[in-house]
Design a protein around this ligand. Structure first.
Ligand code: F1P
Length: 346
């Protein structure tokens, strides 16, 4: 992962614009609307992209499940920008969504891992991840690499548009370069996560909650657990909890909070208190040096501090480890989960 990030950062120091987008760089920068189509983990990366593009570039973004988009007669106009995100580059739904958008005159771009794949061949232009092949079926390092490329694209667009200050732009680029070391540090919690996994390996359900940039991370944490350990898991925005999922909480329910120090921190702390008041078991991913949540949560996992918009790159790591250890302890084949294909081509 670190190599991939360094490689991409280096590549972008040169003449590469917008992480591989040259010809359509102006179209992307001046877009009135961007539609992102993807499936599974790639869709979660798209959701982070929506947050960062709207936050920094002030361009409206819609993130669509390709499997819905392709069948639902969506409104796509000539010149709209449609970006596909895919690890394999072969996902049939994503490919069909792109073909539909292309037939309506959209500019179709790709953020794809597999070089020469079907999606990369039909797009007008694209950025490769260069993350190397995923060994397992469930997407992990591709997610991190997708986020890196999408964040870099968003920062470049914002810089070209002038919707980000020069100093903020450079501050975020420098911070991005520190991410590989921070991910390495986040991996140090492996043994602690193993212990937590042993405690919860027989749970029947899990809830994952996060706000803002950490909301898509909650979705991804839940998906990873479902995919490789076959435990039912739901991800929600933490603020949605009171609109339904709170009814599920009792002393049997593990609730994973992504509760790093950011602009929603105080609100997340009160969500944790709401879960504790109903005797839920709280596992909280927090920023190192955290003091308040340690007093409330049952388990606390620390990750290094980074900017809010970059946090998904770091906060997803303990969730991937949690799914991995639980799956191994349950005797599941983490590389080849049942019913899942590497490329969903039908
Ligand atoms: C999308 C995806 C993966 C998931 C599994 C099935 O694939 O849903 O996110 O982990 O491999 O396919 P892709 O379009 O990103 O290759």
């Amino acid at each position: 992962i670190a190599d991939c990030m360094r490689g991409r950062l280096k590549a972008n120091e040169g003449k590469l614009v917008l992480g591989g987008i040259h010809e359509y760089a102006n179209a992307l920068t001046n877009a009135q609307r961007i539609v992102i189509v993807a499936c599974g983990t790639s869709w979660h990366a798209g959701l982070v992209a929506e947050y960062i593009i709207e936050d920094f570039c002030r361009i409206p973004v819609e993130v669509e499940y390709a499997s819905e988009f392709r069948y639902r007669n969506p409104i796509i106009n000539e010149g709209d920008i449609v970006i596909a995100i895919s690890q394999s580059g072969e996902t049939a739904d994503t490919l069909a969504a792109l073909e539909l958008a292309k037939s309506k005159g959209a500019i179709i771009l790709g953020v794809v891992n597999a070089v020469g794949s079907s999606i990369s061949r039909i797009t007008h232009e694209g950025a490769y991840l260069h993350a190397g092949p995923e060994i397992g079926v469930a997407s992990t390092k591709a997610f991190t690499a997708q986020l890196t490329v999408l964040i870099m694209m968003a920062l470049r667009i914002a810089h070209r548009k002038g919707t980000i200050t020069e100093s903020k732009y450079h501050e975020l680029l420098v911070e991005l370069e520190s991410i590989p070391a921070k991910i390495k540090k986040a991996l140090d919690v492996n043994d602690q996560i193993k212990e937590i996994s042993a405690r919860f390996k027989d749970a029947r359900n899990f809830i994952y909650l996060g706000r803002g940039y950490n909301f898509p991370v909650a979705l991804e944490g839940a998906l990873k657990l479902k995919e490789i350990s076959y435990i039912h898991a739901e991800g929600y925005p933490a603020a949605e909890m009171k609109h339904g999922p709170i009814a599920l909480i009792d002393e049997e329910m593990p609730v994973v909070f992504i509760a790093t120090r950011d602009s929603s921190y105080e609100k997340v702390v009160s969500n944790i208190q709401e879960v504790k008041a109903r005797k839920g078991k709280v596992i909280a991913i927090v920023t190192e040096g955290e003091e308040t949540i340690n007093q409330i949560a049952d388990f606390v996992i620390e990750v290094p501090h980074t900017s809010e918009a970059l946090m998904p790159l770091v906060s997803v790591i303990p969730l991937q480890l949690l799914s991995y250890h639980i799956a191994v302890m349950r005797g599941c084949n983490v590389d080849q989960p049942r019913n899942l294909a590497k490329s969903v081509t039908v």
